[in-house]
Design a protein around this ligand. Structure first.
Ligand code: COI
Length: 356
């Protein structure tokens, strides 16, 4: 494999940074001047380059359009008040990216290409990293199958890319969610744990139905009984019952192993809460609500960060919260923010430096 220090860089002729309204940055709508690109050909990564952000030219027969070999990651970079830029736990995203790749019979991306490529790209576009609270540079690595052949088989060629989007918060308000019983996101043995495009395509119908009914997202349940809780659209989920935060376990392979989920587990334990990763049924949540021990429900995700859930509906039973009274989710969010903003020491080595 080509050494990544030799990444070829072609600079944009005219930056579009001046077009950005820093006070109005919807999630994932604007992209920085440059992108990283590499091709997998003859069993190795080649053509590694950073070049001006632009459209791709692909044959209509390109494999990804037909059979969906497409995986991605979501990562964030932050800038501190004194201009230090760091990426939050990207090594974990690299590992998860390769788990997704393996499940979809795609090649692994080498650590150096993923991490050093991303670092150099962000360093080049560092003026695009927001320093405003709740804003960040959203990093989107992805890989697609590129054989121009429509026979059903794993592609022999692939494209790996990283694009960057300065973004505001994904969710602004606490969320309203209902428990989905008709549609299924993932079953054991399937692809639920992988971050592949098809999982998101498969969630669109149920989410649209939920939106029309006044909800923001659905909470997915298991494929057999529709009782065991899995995850919410773009987030993992936590239920705080008494002093224990319960989150669905990863063992069945039906939910995404969220990196924010893992960070939340570690920080909640630091905060003195018990954390249990285990199967949890909707009935347990409702019983806890009825007996007054259900304190908070929140989601965790890179895009969503820590998102409070103000309403959870299951059939005709609705759990409603006044989230302004909550202590734990807001404090958890603040504690994680303090690490990434370097207000407290990064004792776990979660920050990957870009420019210092
Ligand atoms: C993320 O949280 O980064 C995600 O990938 C979720 C979503 C925006 C698809």
């Amino acid at each position: 494999m080509q050494a990544v220090e030799t990444i070829k860089i072609t600079h944009v002729e005219k930056s579009s940074l001046h077009q950005i309204d820093w006070n109005n940055l919807p999630f994932g709508k604007f992209f920085t001047d440059h992108m990283l690109e590499a091709d997998f050909i003859n069993g190795e990564w080649t053509n590694i380059q950073i070049r001006p952000y632009s459209s791709l030219q692909l044959s209509p027969a390109t494999a990804v359009f037909h059979y969906g070999q497409a995986i991605f990651e979501g990562i964030k970079a932050y800038k501190t008040a004194d201009g230090k830029i760091s990426i939050f736990r990207p090594e974990e995203n690299w590992k998860r990216f390769n788990l997704s790749a393996t499940r979809l019979e795609m090649p692994e991306v080498l650590e150096d290409l993923f991490l050093e490529g991303m670092r150099q790209l962000i360093q080049l576009d560092q003026a695009w990293v927001p320093a405003t609270p709740e804003y960040s540079l959203y990093i989107r690595p992805f890989m697609i199958a590129t054989d121009p052949v429509i026979g059903v088989k794993p592609s022999e060629t692939y494209k790996f890319m990283v694009i960057l989007s300065p973004s505001g918060p994904y969710y602004v308000e606490p969320l309203k969610i209902y428990v989905e019983e008709k549609y299924t996101r993932a079953a054991p043995g399937g692809v639920g744990f992988s971050k592949n495009a098809g999982n998101y395509a498969g969630s669109m119908l149920a989410t649209s139905i939920a939106r029309k009914a006044g909800y923001d997202q659905v909470l997915w349940t298991d494929a057999f009984e529709h009782k065991y809780l899995q995850e919410v659209g773009v987030m993992n989920v936590f239920f705080l019952i008494g002093n224990t935060a319960i989150t669905p376990s990863l063992e069945e392979g039906t939910i995404l192993a969220g990196i924010t989920r893992d960070s939340a587990i570690q920080v909640l334990r630091d905060m003195g809460y018990q954390v249990e990763e285990r199967p949890i049924q909707i009935d347990e949540v409702i019983s806890a609500h009825k007996d007054g021990t259900l304190r908070e429900i929140f989601g965790t995700g890179t895009a969503a960060t820590i998102a409070m859930i103000q309403q959870l509906s299951y059939r005709d039973y609705t759990i409603q919260f006044d989230t302004t009274q909550w202590e734990v989710a807001p404090l958890l969010k603040k504690n994680i923010n303090n690490i990434r903003d370097q207000i407290v020491p990064d004792t776990r080595g979660w920050l990957f430096p870009v420019n210092y």
